[in-house]
Design a protein around this ligand. Structure first.
Ligand SMILES: [Zn+2]
Length: 364
């Protein structure tokens, strides 16, 4: 005697579909499975471009809610989707918890992009085949890193599965960019497999594409404004370095602290002087270049380039005191504190330190 897997109705004359359901249940459940399945596909798509941790968590929650509806069918051995809802729930519960941990620890997304695993056809030192290991991996699997420099590859970083099997390396470009941050506890990383490629006659070797996300700990907002004020007063170098490192946070504070600086900024200086100075430099018209830079500085240009370049020219002519004065003028202006100029301001500051010691040496 046939029994409907869902409503348990049974009877000799009951028609049961290939899904093991009575007609009425079949219609409703097939509809629901298709609808939730499509919704899940849309959510996975949305997840490809999540922009912050909160956004990712809200997508994870939507995925879990939809998968849980399908889980009740899976639990009654009714055909649903592939991968099965229980698998989706296990994976995304883990991800949701991991990302919530990051949020609670005050991390934000610092960098995220797609890349691939390098060296996938090589064998591991223990003789195991990376191709065999990739064959056991699935989309969504998390990978782990271990810095392992060797020979001339100073940034070489191994990639492992969660059970510690090496499937390859970070590409040289990615490793070069992040190697110095791997053991810095201000940064955390989440790498997951997004695609396994190849495995067919034209391209028998398996490849592995990944999504690489780097998270960075946010500054404690509590004392941030007071700390920044103190840095500006007593430690320009630290201030400028942190402007570069924590650009968005420092920018936000600077906009609050010095609104008048932002109002007085304009692009006149660039049009009047800087663009011409750059042109003169390119054409090797050094006399004209110097003259227009001097004009920019005399007229209190808000562009650090004018000060940095003029001071460099003067320093090359061994006019250290003059060069020092130009640098100092930048730091007497109201503009040096503005975070988007921090990189050049920092160069001017370092030049100033250099000039200071040269001036002292000249005196001796
Ligand atoms: Zn039924």
């Amino acid at each position: 005697m046939e029994i409907c897997k869902w409503c348990n109705k049974s009877g000799i004359f009951l028609q049961i579909t290939s899904n093991g359901l009575c007609n009425r249940c079949n219609q409703a459940i097939v509809f629901n499975v298709n609808q939730k399945g499509q919704k899940l596909i849309d959510l996975f798509k949305e997840l490809e471009t999540y922009y912050d941790i909160e956004n990712a968590i809200s997508i994870f929650k939507d995925i879990l809610n939809n998968a849980k509806i399908l889980l009740q069918y899976e639990n009654k051995r009714i055909k649903t989707i592939d991968p099965p809802p229980s698998d989706i729930i296990r994976r995304y519960t883990y991800k949701k918890n991991y990302f919530m941990g990051l949020l609670n620890d005050n991390f934000k997304i610092y960098s995220g992009f797609y890349s691939r695993v390098a060296g996938i056809t090589h064998e591991n030192d223990d003789g195991s085949s990376r191709q065999d290991i990739i064959r056991t991996c699935s989309i969504g699997d998390q990978l782990f890193m271990q810095p392992s420099p060797f020979g001339k590859f100073k940034n070489a970083t191994k990639l492992f599965t969660k059970d510690g099997k090496q499937i390859g390396w970070l590409t040289e470009r990615v490793a070069g960019e992040f190697f110095n941050l791997l053991n810095d506890n201000k940064y955390k990383f989440y790498i997951e497999i997004t695609e396994i490629t190849g495995g067919y006659s034209d391209k028998p070797n398996l490849g592995c594409n990944i999504r690489f996300t780097c998270f960075k700990k946010k500054l404690n907002p509590e004392n941030l404004i007071a700390n920044i004020k103190e840095e500006i007063k007593t430690d320009k170098k630290t201030y400028l370095e942190r402007c570069k490192e924590y650009y968005s946070e420092y920018l936000e504070v600077a906009q609050k602290l010095f609104p008048e600086y932002y109002k007085s900024l304009n692009d006149n200086s660039y049009n009047l002087y800087i663009s011409k100075a750059i042109e003169f430099k390119k054409n090797q018209q050094f006399k004209e270049e110097k003259e227009i830079l001097e004009k920019a500085v005399v007229n209190d240009s808000d562009s650090p380039y004018a000060y940095e370049r003029l001071a460099t020219i003067l320093a090359e002519n061994k006019e250290y005191k003059e060069a020092y004065k130009i640098c100092k003028k930048w730091f007497d202006s109201i503009y040096w504190k503005i975070p988007n100029m921090a990189a050049t301001s920092l160069q001017i500051l370092l030049l100033m330190e250099e000039l200071d010691s040269k001036i002292k040496n000249q005196k001796q």
